[in-house]
Design a protein around this ligand. Sequence first.
Ligand code: DGJ
Length: 374
Amino acid sequence: MRKMLFLVTAWLLSAGVFAQQNGELWMDVDGKHINAHGGNVIKYGDKYYWYGENRPYRGFTTEAGVGVYSSTDLQHWKDEGIALAVSEEPGHDIERGCIMERPKVLYNAKTGKFVMLFHLELKGRGYEAARVAFAISDSPTGPFRFIRSTRVNANVWPFDYTKKQVEAAKQTDASKWKKWWTPEWMAETQKGMYLWSDMAGGQMSRDMTVYVDDDGKAYHITSSQENLTLLVSELTDDYLDFTGKYNMVAPGGQNEAPCIFKHGGKYWLICSGCTGWEPNEARMFRGESIWGPWTQLPSPFEGEGGYRDFSAKKTFGAQGTYIFRKNEEAGSPYIFMADIWNPRHLSESLHLWLPIGFKTDGTPVIRWQPAVPY
Ligand code: DGJ
């Protein structure tokens, strides 16, 4: 009987019955929807590892932890279980019932360790903690050991802030501004009002990604200052801390879900707006270096199609989480990896992977296609 089941499963797999389509449930090799959201994919050895939020069918808090799946072809995914489990200890930073979002794992060739960074919210405190957390493992499938969670860059000014900018920021007072989005409020925000109000306690860190540049240096890119401003922060060589060098991108721009890649000598940052679980129009920035200057460009999403009736204007119904390539050396297309959130049943949020094309001037463009590009 078991042999029969195995043969049938093997036949279904080879026939591509489990192959994923954008906007549909994506089954793992056991026929269960892949419960890994807001995450990333890395290659290690001859396998790919997909990390993501393991979400419950009902509710918004983390009950299990960060999940991991493995695959040799990006199509057939094996559930490897929970890579970083919640803690059962009351009061622990990652106590069951906390919120773990947007986990990203990197392999550190210098230390031989797998390092996970993720957005952490403490149990029972909504989204006010706004921390980044670190975990480490010897193996890609875990178990990851939680290290610590923290706000970022406490008592450090952005490295490119001039004395004049520091003085101007120190004159601001966030407690005075109850009403957002007035021109005066925006001017204060761009002067560094929230940077200053969080200077002592550390800058907020919510939606986040990580990026390793060609020279091996790694960066944490996060939605900070009440989700109004992105911070790019350099990580230490072991990826377990911040060096203290950071700067701000698009103050007051309200960008979430940062995803980044480098192509044609430029850095391309693709983000979403800030509308909770609802899709919105993506934004794109071109950076001359990881530290900018950044130029905002129109959304890279174009053309017909999308999930249900969500058009390119709504990122086809999705929100980005990571950009990766199947095979860097072979020049495989960059894949924009995104979530189609289902807030009623977060575990059933769908996945959307689309290839990134380029216009003749080298600008990225992302068009809808039902088939997933492997
Ligand atoms: C949008 C973020 O991108 C998600 O990761 C999540 O935090 C939701 N907001 C919660 O509303």
